[in-house]
Write a protein that binds this ligand. Structure first.
Ligand SMILES: Cc1cc2nc3c(=O)[nH]c(=O)nc-3n(C[C@H](O)[C@H](O)[C@H](O)COP(=O)(O)OP(=O)(O)OC[C@H]3O[C@@H](n4cnc5c(N)ncnc54)[C@H](O)[C@@H]3O)c2cc1C
Length: 440
């Protein structure tokens, strides 16, 4: 079994579960178990130490209350299905990550952040209630006010408190399925951080960084701010249906590509073209379909094959705002110097996270993708030291390799999390390869 990055790979018994009624017995029967949604976490978070409960079969939408836009679904329901069903009805999920091919259970367990984290928090902040199947098979209902300790351990708890059988959360009413996008150009990292600060009032904002630029243009970026387009804005678009289902056609990579395809030269060429295209669009507001704005990578299905059979790593850290310029410059410089340009480099501003192990913390988060090689492990260890020194942390949903030292330094509420696992018996029952590696 493997995660989206295809590294590492471990043996684990896959157990299917489609009926909520069968969950109690299935869960109680096995120790060393972890829940798995759609396997879009990059590393070993969704690989059970001994067994893995495949939750995609828990795929029923239970109810929708239009009076307060509240949706109740089973934990294995896919975000893509929610979007397909609810965008045409004028609703959008409160928070979406960079792929729609994730489950609600996976989004809660990772407390995923979107391009609106600086304003709206993580997905967990919008969950009003969840049903959790515990180690002994019993189901507990928890919310921010009921069994709240368990609730805040489960949000961002990477499946280590139990199986999320059902969840209730609020959707956001929208007037159209289009995003009014404004592109800004930043000549270097200092400008990029400033631009993200200045776009704090925008509902959505994110920066794409040219990871190979160096010297005075280190960190040159394009910043994309976005708002759900109003009825007027969308109506003014030529032949656009307000909630058009159209999205760019998708295709699958039919085979693993050799590693040279993502060489320094090809990444540099891509970055240059992408940057220039962004410069041409700068300062204009354009209407972009929601699918393209939020999920550009989803149009290439199985794009993880781009990196070849050895797989790839994503390094995602968050560092406090005060030190962000120095630390992120240090990280980007090391990357650029090593010639390991990242095909994907993304910068965002985050607010705080509410779960005990939630990744978001006030500051800036930088995510970089890299193919698996021996030198990359050394480079990332060096970079982790910078992150730890600055009081930052790495995202568990992306992690495949951080050390216990890095992890423990970054998550100050870990002791409370472990205590709760002990009290509920979860520590003897729920365990992933990530939990084992990091001693959780
Ligand atoms: C292209 C891409 C872009 C991404 N962009 C972002 C982003 O912008 N922001 C962000 O925050 N993340 C992002 N991610 C990460 C992704 O959102 C998370 O890894 C998400 O949790 C994956 O959901 P999943 O259903 O595939 O869960 P899995 O990967 O299967 O599992 C993830 C975790 O959730 C637990 N889990 C899953 N289902 C359950 C359940 N029913 N009960 C209990 N625990 C469960 C697992 O044990 C595991 O610890 C991105 C990933 C990809 C591939």
């Amino acid at each position: 079994m493997e995660g989206w990055g295809r590294y590492p790979r471990h043996e684990s018994q896959a157990i299917d579960c489609r009926l909520p009624g069968a969950l109690a017995g299935t869960v109680a029967a096995r120790a060393g178990l972890i829940g798995r949604g759609n396997g879009r976490s990059y590393g070993d978070a969704a690989i059970g130490e001994h067994a893995t409960l495949m939750c995609r079969g828990l795929s029923r939408m239970r109810s929708f209350d239009p009076a307060n836009a509240t949706l109740t679904v089973e934990g294995g329901v896919m975000l893509s299905d929610i979007l397909r069903s609810f965008v045409p009805r004028g609703y959008f999920p409160p928070v979406v990550p960079g792929t729609k091919f994730v489950t609600v259970g996976g989004m809660i367990a990772s407390d995923v952040h979107g391009k609106n984290h600086h304003r709206d928090g993580g997905f967990g902040d919008h969950v009003s209630e969840l049903k959790l199947v515990m180690a002994g098979g019993e189901t507990l209902t928890c919310s921010p006010t009921r069994n709240s300790e368990l609730f805040f351990a489960t949000v961002g708890g990477m499946g280590m408190t139990g199986i999320i059988a059902e969840a209730t959360f609020r959707l956001r009413p929208i007037e159209s399925g289009w995003i009014a996008q404004k592109t800004m150009v930043a000549e270097n990292l200092a400008d990029a951080l400033k631009a993200l600060q200045q776009t704090e009032d925008a509902t959505y904002s994110v920066a794409w960084i040219d990871s190979l630029s160096q010297g005075s243009s280190l960190g040159r970026s394009l910043i994309f701010a976005g708002e759900h387009a109003t009825l007027d804005q969308a109506g003014g678009m030529p032949d656009a249906g307000r909630f058009a289902a159209k999205h760019a056609g998708s295709f699958s990579l039919p085979f693993d590509l050799p590693q040279w395809v993502l060489s320094k030269t090809s990444v540099a060429a891509f970055n240059e073209l992408y940057f220039r295209a962004g410069v041409r669009k700068a300062a204009k507001t354009s209407l972009v379909h929601w699918d393209k704005y939020f999920f550009p990578l989803d149009s290439i299905l199985e794009w993880n094959r781009l990196y070849g059979r050895r797989g790839f790593l994503q390094h995602q850290c968050v560092v406090p705002a005060e030190d962000a310029l120095a630390v992120l410059s240090g990280i980007l410089e090391r990357f650029a110097r090593s010639g390991k340009g990242s095909f994907l480099a993304v910068l965002k501003k985050l607010g705080g996270g509410s779960g005990l192990l939630s990744f978001p913390a006030p500051g800036y988060t930088l995510a970089l993708d890299l193919p698996v090689t021996q030198e990359v492990f050394r480079l990332l260890d060096e970079i982790d030291e910078l992150v730890v020194k600055a009081g930052g942390r790495l995202y568990l949903a992306k992690d495949a390799r951080q050390s216990r030292h890095t992890f423990e330094a970054g998550y100050p509420r870990l002791a409370a999390f472990k205590e709760l696992r002990k009290v509920t018996g979860a520590d003897r029952h729920f365990s992933s390869r990530l939990a084992k590696r990091l001693g959780i």
